[in-house]
Every structure is written in structure tokens, then in C-alpha cells.
Design a protein around this ligand. Structure first.
Ligand code: ZN
Length: 484
């Protein structure tokens, strides 16, 4: 009897607590997500569930089909007005954090960002509602959950003499100080050196008059299945899962969140000879603008002066290879294997700061995280169809920048998605857009791009392709064989 009363009391307490977390009809109360401490894997997954329960109509949770080496889920939360589907003409965005397991600020910021998007959407914050309604946003707080646990456990085991009462207090007051422990995955492989090194193809192709600078899928598959990465290590399950996710999803823009410095890093991450030197991509000007979108909106990243060690980054941005060359990074893989443009943001000198510092780190980054997502909507987008109104997928979209009466090819084509929709991030300027698809005549349109601040719809440029003649199709087939 005493036992059952106890259970009854426990039931009422739990019911009350659950109600306190989930029972809010209008305003979010921040009762369940801790803002001043780190979340271990279990807590991180619970936090995502909690946010989904708060905003079920605009969120969707899914796992990548493969789990981490130690069998932890690689979990993603989506925000959108139709979170479960890709809507044609609605671009997709992603943030990936905690790829290096001991670089943990991005992981906590993405949880906080998810909570913020949910809360502000419900509070009818116009900018957030517009962003969520017109974008499909994927947040992966941890790409390397095993590494996080290794870093946390090592920190706990090496701080026994500091006499923290438990690991949670240690996390909050002290964090983790080791520079390396937990960086790699459970097989001790650095995931940000473990992607297929597509840069080497680009530099090799540059010596030919005809080459390819996008969607290097066949090479990717071959490398993933048979070979080793550029550090001669086997491809890891986390890398394979994320590589296929990148290639299969219609992402337009993305960022990979790290720690250890304070800077926005943009492609390329390697130079031709692997020396430390500036190595811009064909979209160099655009990438610099995207990097500045983050660094300028950040409270400290772009301010002058020395940051973490002796390095000084003008405007808080750097070309990857000019800083230090990295082969097999995820950033360049996105650009060269898919339609997605990715940058890497280093969110602070301290890799695993005390949890009590997370509130001010959120203050530093909140505006940047939002401003960068807004950039998913710069440039142009549209539908590509035939004269019968059917969608044309996999059409190639070439961009020529028109300057001083000259057409300058930006040597990086994007492709249309299954629904025939395409997206091309572009800075302001005059452009010729050329669309090619096998069996159809080439089509060209001229557009002036003038991006507005905080626009949530890129300029619309649709194409209706006309059927090619038999002679033109034969010529296309011959050219296709020639390129192969
Ligand atoms: Zn890192």
C-alpha cells in the first residue's frame, strides 16, 4: 500500500513535469532545454524530441540510414512548413556540427537554434516565419557522437583531482581542455580528412581544355567503395553516410561548424601542389560574400585584432588553402559532388568550453546563424520543363557573368532536381543563364540579379525547353561520347 502510494505520487510528479514541459499552448517557457550546459548523446536526442513535440507541424526528425561506429544515431531535425517533403522551388539548407567530437559549440548552438526557430515561429516573428515557410532547414547537431563521448569521458577521468561532484558539474564549470582527444571517430580517423579528395580531379582537369567541375559522382562512388582517403585511411561509416546524404539531397547551401579558431573558411581547402596558398574556386567572389555574411553578423569574428594564436584574418574570413591545406574535407566535397555550396565556420578558440559560457556564445552567433541561412535565397531559381509541361530533371545550368560586354563562364554548373527545380546562388550582376538537357534545344536567358536584404525568394527564371531535331540529338550523342 505504501509502495503503491509512492508510485502514485511519482506518477503525479512525472505527469506535472511532463505537462510543464509540453503543455504550453502559446509561449515557450525554456523549462527543459539547458542553456548553460552541454548535452550528452542521450540528452541531445531528448532535446530534439522535445523541440519536435513543441513544434510538430514545422519539424520532422530523421536519422541517416547508417549509424556511427559505436551505433549512435546520426540524427537530423528539419524545419519547414512542409517538413517531410521537398517542395519544388523551396531551397534546402543544412548545418552540420560536431564532426570533430571535441569541438562542441556548434552542437549546442544547433540545439539552441532549433529551440529558437520553434519558439520564434510560434511567437510570430515575421523573419523566422518567412525563413521557415520558404526554406527546408536540416540541422545535424552531431556528425561524430562517438567522438563527443570520448572527449567527455577523457575530461572526466583527467579532472578527478579537481573534485567536481559529477560529470555534469565538471562540464558546466570546466569543459574539456585536451586539444585532440575525441576529435576523431571511434576508429581514431579524422572525419574531415576522410571524404573523397575531389580537389585532385579539379586540379588535374585544369590541364585539359575540356573538363568537369561539378557532380563528380562516379569518381566519388568508386573511391568510397574501393579505395582509401588521402591520408591512406579507410572510409568511415559516418563519412559514407554523410557523403551519400549530400549527393542524394537537394541542398543549396550549408555550413560545417567547428572550433579551435574564430573565422569563416571558404573553398578551396587544398591547393594544386598542397602548399599553403590562396586557391579560389570559380565561385570565389560568391564564397567570400557568404563568408562575410557570417563573420560580419557575428559579434566578434570580423573585428580587427588577433584572435586565437598568431593568425589574423582580415574581415574574419579566409580561403581554406591560404590558411592551411586540408585534403579530404567535407566542404570541398559538397561543392564538387553536389549542388550544395558549403563553408566551414570556426566558432571560437576553445574547443570544449565550460557549459556556463554557452549563453554568451549563443549571443555571439545567433544573428550570424540566421543571416547565413537567409543567403539560401540569393541569386536565381526556377522550373525547367518541356513544351508539354513535364519536369526535366538533371538539366545542366551554366552561368556566364557579363562584364564589360564580355561573357565570362563561371566554371561550376548546377543541375535541376527531380521536380525540374533548380537553384543558383549568385551575387548581384548581369548574367547569361544557359540550360542544356539531352534531347532538347539549348536555351539561354539574360538576367540582372539584384539581391535584396533578407529576401526569402530568389529571382525566378523558368525555362521551357523545345524538342531538339534528330540531327541535333545525334550531335549531342556524339559530343556525350566524346566527353566520356
Ligand atoms: Zn574541427
Amino acid at each position: 500500500m505504501i509502495l503503491s502510494s509512492f508510485h502514485l505520487l511519482k506518477f503525479f510528479i512525472l505527469t506535472f513535469l511532463t505537462f510543464a514541459c509540453f503543455g504550453k499552448p502559446h509561449r515557450y517557457q525554456n523549462r527543459c532545454l539547458e542553456h548553460d550546459n552541454h548535452h550528452n548523446t542521450e540528452e541531445m536526442l531528448a532535446a530534439l524530441d522535445y523541440i519536435h513535440a513543441q513544434c510538430p507541424d514545422i519539424t520532422h526528425i530523421y536519422d541517416l540510414p547508417l549509424r556511427s561506429t559505436e551505433n549512435r544515431p546520426l540524427r537530423v531535425i528539419i524545419f519547414s512548413d512542409q517538413p517531410k517533403i521537398h517542395e519544388p522551388l523551396e531551397p534546402e539548407f543544412k548545418y552540420v556540427a560536431n564532426m570533430h567530437g571535441n569541438e562542441v559549440v556548434g552542437r549546442e548552438l544547433l540545439l539552441r537554434l532549433a529551440e529558437y526557430l520553434c519558439q520564434e515561429y510560434q511567437n510570430q516573428n515575421e523573419q523566422i516565419q518567412n525563413l521557415v515557410d520558404n526554406t527546408r532547414i536540416h540541422l545535424m547537431p552531431s556528425m561524430n557522437p562517438d567522438g563527443w563521448e570520448i572527449a567527455a569521458e577523457y575530461a572526466w577521468n583527467t579532472t578527478q583531482d579537481l573534485a567536481f561532484s559529477d560529470i555534469s558539474t565538471m562540464m558546466k564549470e570546466y569543459g574539456a581542455k585536451d586539444w585532440i582527444m575525441g576529435r576523431a571517430n571511434a576508429n581514431d580517423i579524422d572525419l574531415n580528412r576522410n571524404f573523397p579528395n575531389l580537389d585532385k580531379f579539379i586540379y588535374a582537369y585544369n590541364h585539359h581544355s575540356h573538363h568537369k567541375n561539378n557532380h563528380l559522382d562516379m569518381e566519388t562512388f568508386r573511391l568510397l567503395l574501393k579505395d582509401h582517403d588521402c591520408m591512406k585511411k579507410p572510409y568511415q561509416i559516418e563519412t559514407v553516410a554523410v557523403a551519400f546524404w549530400i549527393m542524394k539531397s537537394p541542398f543549396v547551401l550549408s555550413a560545417n561548424l567547428h572550433n579551435g579558431d574564430l573565422v569563416a573558411n571558404y573553398p578551396y581547402d587544398t591547393s594544386e601542389n598542397n602548399h599553403k596558398q590562396y586557391s579560389g574556386s570559380p565561385d570565389d567572389y560568391l564564397f567570400r560574400q557568404l563568408a562575410e555574411a557570417y563573420s560580419y553578423a557575428h559579434k566578434q569574428m570580423s573585428s580587427p585584432g588577433q584572435r586565437c594564436d598568431n593568425e589574423h584574418f582580415k574581415d574574419g574570413i579566409t580561403n581554406g588553402a591560404a590558411w592551411y591545406p586540408v585534403c579530404g574535407g567535407m566542404q570541398d566535397f559538397n561543392y564538387l559532388a553536389s549542388n550544395c555550396f558549403e563553408l566551414t565556420f570556426e566558432l571560437g578558440c576553445d574547443k570544449f568550453p565550460p557549459g556556463k559560457e554557452l549563453k554568451s556564445l549563443w549571443d555571439d552567433n545567433q544573428h550570424s546563424l540566421i543571416q547565413y541561412m537567409m543567403k539560401t535565397h540569393i541569386g536565381i531559381k526556377g522550373l525547367i520543363r518541356n513544351e508539354e509541361g513535364e519536369s526535366i530533371s538533371n538539366a545542366g545550368i551554366k552561368i556566364y557573368h557579363i562584364k564589360d560586354g564580355e561573357l565570362n563562364y563561371i566554371d561550376h554548373d548546377v543541375k535541376s532536381n527531380l521536380d525540374g527545380d533548380y537553384y543558383r546562388l549568385l551575387p548581384d550582376g548581369l548574367y547569361a543563364i544557359e540550360v542544356n538537357s539531352l534531347g532538347y534545344k539549348k536555351a539561354i536567358q539574360y538576367v540582372t540579379v539584384q539581391n535584396q536584404i533578407n529576401q526569402v525568394n530568389a529571382q525566378r527564371v523558368d525555362f521551357v525547353l523545345k524538342q531538339a531535331t534528330m540531327e541535333e540529338i545525334n550531335r549531342q550523342e556524339v559530343m556525350k561520347k566524346y566527353w566520356k
